[in-house]
Design a protein around this ligand. Structure first.
Ligand SMILES: Nc1ncnc2c1ncn2[C@@H]1O[C@H](COP(=O)(O)OP(=O)(O)O)[C@@H](O)[C@H]1O
Ligand SMILES: [Mg+2]
Length: 226
């Protein structure tokens, strides 16, 4: 199997050259195979979100390379970066990132709205993904009327709606109780079984163990692979 993510000697600092400079990533190298379910584990402040943001082209590295789905991210102009984020990556965040007073349907449809070609098909595409996540019955509910687990299913549905190659999840179970956590991990396992690549960051040992492979990050360095 080919590598869908190839990261080499990647470094990133915040406030470089200043007294309060933070070296968030220090020459990280990491390869992820197509279809793999990888977790990146580390304590708060270890650089997990920074790494995920660079893989998802939300942020730039200072040095090193990140080749994701065949694209060298440092070489993309802003139009291509936006397209890459929309078509290649599905993001799932800890606090769900949903629009509270809109319906489930409206929220999941958001990534489709910039595609002229799907106009008229938005309803059927959203229905299909809601059905897959077993939340079709919640379609017309507002986000404010949902439980944490239901919100996370909606956020996962939104991440999947454009059929991205890679799902990047930043502590997706961080705001959930332990039963709901396991349930949401079950959803990620199903998505993984469909062949999609998943990179999930977490500080939770129990969650990390459920993936195919896990790596640890500490002070901006990958320290351990098992
Ligand atoms: N936008 C930012 N500006 C300045 N420092 C930041 C910013 N984002 C993260 N950092 C710092 O970079 C380090 C790594 O942060 P982060 O990647 O968010 O870690 P994690 O997700 O593992 O908690 C931390 O020391 C954090 O304070
Ligand atoms: Mg983080």
């Amino acid at each position: 199997m080919e590598n869908i993510i190839e990261i080499k000697n990647l470094s990133k600092s915040y406030y470089p050259g200043k007294k309060n400079c933070v070296r968030a990533l220090r020459e990280i190298s990491l390869e992820v195979r197509s279809g793999e379910f990888l977790t990146i584990q580390g304590v708060s402040g270890s650089g997990k979100s920074t790494l995920l943001h660079i893989i998802g082209a939300l942020d730039d590295a200072d040095s090193g390379t990140a080749i994701v789905d065949g694209q060298d991210l440092s070489k993309l102009n802003s139009v291509k970066r936006a397209r890459f984020r929309n078509e290649t990556i599905g993001f799932v965040l800890q606090d769900f990132g949903l629009i509270p007073y809109r319906t489930v349907m409206d929220n999941v449809a958001v990534p489709l709205l910039i595609h002229q070609k799907v106009k008229g098909k938005v309803n059927s595409i959203v229905n299909e993904v809601l059905e897959k996540l077993h939340i079709l019955d919640l379609k017309d509910r507002r986000i404010t009327e949902l439980s944490g687990g239901q919100k996370q299913r909606v956020a996962i549905a939104r991440a999947l709606v454009n059929q991205p190659t890679i799902i990047l999840a930043d502590e997706p179970t961080g705001a959930l109780d332990s039963e709901t956590k396991k349930e949401i991990m079950g959803v990620f396992k199903e998505i993984s079984a469909d062949g999609r690549t998943i990179v999930m960051v977490t500080h939770d040992d129990e969650i990390a163990k459920m993936a195919d492979r896990r790596v640890h990050i500490c002070d901006g360095r990958i320290t351990e692979e098992e």
